[in-house]
Design a protein around this ligand. Sequence first.
Ligand code: GLC
Length: 679
Amino acid sequence: MKKWLCILIAGILMACCGRKTADRDYLHETEAERSERMAWWREARFGLFIHWGLYAVPAGKYKGEEVWGTGEWIMNSAPIPVPEYEAYAARFNPVHFNADEWAGLAADAGMKYLVITSKHHDGFCLWDSKISGYDVMDRTPFKRDILRELSEACRRRGIRFCLYHSIMDWHHPDAQGIFYPAYNTSKTNPGFQRYVDTYLKPQLEELVSGYGPLGVLWFDGQWINDWTLQTGRDLYRFVRSLQPDIIVNNRVGKGGTGLSGRKEESVGDFGTPEQEIPPQGLLGVDWESCMTMNDTWGFRESDLNWKSDTTLIWNLAETASKGGNFLLNVGPTAQGLIPQASVDRLHRMGQWLRINGEAIYRTRECQIPEQGKNLRFTQSPDGGTVYALYLGRPGRGVKIKGLPLLPDSQVFLLGHEKPLQWKCEGDALNIEIPQPLAENPPGFIAHTFRISVRPMVEKPRFSQDQKISLNEPIFVALESPTPGASIHYTLDGSIPDESSPLYGEPVVISRSGTLMARAFKHGMAPSTASETSFSILDSTANGMTYALYEGEWSSLPDFGKLKPVRTGETWSFDPAGIRPGGDHFGIVFKGRIQIPENGAYTFFIKSDDGSLLRIGGKPVAVNDGLHGPVEAQGSAAFLKGLHNFELGFFEATGGEALEVSVEGPGMRKQPLPPHWLIR
Ligand code: GLC
């Protein structure tokens, strides 16, 4: 073809693609488009989080005193006046920073991506920003573009470079700075939109065009009052229009920092549970658990509360077994060093992954439920291989229940070449480990068995998770990701088999209870059951009362002595439903709980900050104090019937969350069913 013709065709193609990008509706893409964009991330499973900024200079101390909270929040927690905090920049001179070493550390640990704070809530920028003078080039003696060096090093090492970027900005006068010293997130900033248009967006443009392509943009600080679902949607579209295949976390939208995943009323590509691995994973959405190695994100000199290798490795296995990614944090010092304790742990994780990585990367959630404390499962995408991860030394034998074995199934211990002998005992697989191998297994901490099985049909998915409805039935559509599979379901809590009703039209749920579904296909092993529970509430009987208080507390006050600013009725413990956004408030919920049968129950209260649950006047679960989303639990025996309860909660600053769960006779831990609440 003639050269000019090639150029012309290329030009037309580019113009068309360009137009397509501009017109594309990034909020509504097909599952196939999504899967293509998310593919590398879903396979990666393990990433490095780096919280680094000026907060590494005070390292948790202000005026010689330890400041409570995580290191990167010190500006707010102390609090430290803006000009004083700015002065840390003159002392930020991380001469030991070596981008190749950091990228190499991540690669050696078996991590596939790295997320570093381009800007945390304190507003300080780790790159040479033309939009801001508050950055590493203009303010510090270091004068090196950290993101430039690290992005290039990551590329050299085959690590996807990703950025964490705070929406809230304590340094910018239009984005919370003006309410100094409280950085009061319950107020709004009149100039906030100006900040978005002239600062936040142009900075993101700089980052995507100058340091991209980026793997992920990881937003945070979205709980401030200025941020809405609408601004979140707009920002999501904006970043995708800059780089269409970029992946964005759910904190670009509104809502808590925690569990909310990709739902109709939310925005973003994956859920971001923080400091926890949700017991059931996140149903139907991509998700990533982010976690610290000690108790802080940003460096804090005094924090030596390191998690053990065992905990970290098992957390990675546990996350993968539930279908999620694990984003593990390090907080480098102001000299540019990653604490040795973190380096050592990452190194061990890498060693472990070199033997067991096959059970982590590119695997998906396994439908074989966990068995006891030390058996977790993942499976290959075609469902024909199950990986059983065993915590500890397996000894001479391991028993695994419920696997769809073939007469010629093969069982291997990863790291050991020869297949192992096995027997079937009832529905259990009994793996036999010969003496020398049992004494000297190839791995450490957790061992993986690779087992070939009859491919399993994938579990059915529920179309939507509208779990609560008021007086109205709920319609639930089901689908199986395995083409040609048929679905059978039950509504009475029993496990469906092929004689249970066959799914055709959406199921009409008109009573509170559980929907269970399994998929079947000739020639394949049936799926395990998917289950979800629904509450159809009666507006005249269900619900509870609430009283809202305002005040600043560091532990639960005696609410009885205070005057509420508002009272009302509600069906949900979600503080955002009563007091959207904001800080410095408390809520007392009161009502009756309908205990379904006699027996021992455990109640869990997860809250940010403190909470206390009393049933029948007695404290059942106590979770008081200032903290992030932390869970407490308590158990007691209850008689079937109605019991008075009272749940007190307060929120100081930062994110807010309150979730109540229950575990009881014959029921796994689950959010407290709203139909148990009677006024
Ligand atoms: C939180 C904190 C923050 C940390 C982050 C990590 O919301 O505000 O300091 O960066 O989450 O998930």
